[in-house]
Design a protein around this ligand. Sequence first.
Ligand code: COA
Length: 121
Amino acid sequence: MLIRFKKTFEKIAMGLLSFMPEGKDLKKLQETIQLYETEENWQLFLYKRGDDFIGLIGVELLDDEAIVHHVSVNPSFRNEGIGKEMVLKMSSLIGNRTVCPNETTKPFIEKCIHPNEGTDL
Ligand SMILES: CC(C)(COP(=O)(O)OP(=O)(O)OC[C@H]1O[C@@H](n2cnc3c(N)ncnc32)[C@H](O)[C@@H]1OP(=O)(O)O)[C@@H](O)C(=O)NCCC(=O)NCCS
C-alpha cells in the first residue's frame, strides 16, 4: 500500500532515503526531506506492508511529466517486486503525466517502464 508522506513519517523516510546513492550525505538528506515537506509539486510516498514501512518513492510533478527523483526499498525486502510495484502504483496517482527518471533513477525506472528494451526479443 502506498501512503502519502507526512511530517510524522520524517525519520522513517530519511532512513529509506539514505539507501539512495547520495544518501550518506546527511546535509543533502535533510535538504531532500525539506523539499518534499515544503514544495507542493514534490511528492513522496511510502510503501507500507503490515506495520512496516519498507519502501519509498518520490516524484517532482511537472505539467506533463512526473520525474522520479527517489526510489528505495529496505535491503531486507529487495528483489520481491516492491520497487516495480511502487512505480506502477505511483503512476496511477499522477493523472495523465508521463513517468520519467532523473539520472540517478534511470536504470531502474527504464527497467520498470520498458522491461524488454535492450534485449533481443
Ligand atoms: C532500485 C531498488 C529500488 C529496486 O527495488 P526492488 O524492490 O529490489 O526491485 P524489484 O524487485 O521491483 O525489481 C524489478 C526489476 O528491476 C530490476 N532491478 C533492480 N534494481 C535495479 C537497478 N538498480 N537498475 C536496473 N534494474 C534493476 C530487477 O532485477 C527486476 O528485474 P526482473 O523483473 O527482470 O526480475 C532497490 O534496489 C534499492 O532501494 N536500491 C537502493 C536505492 C537506489 O539505488 N535507488 C536508485 C536505483 S536506479
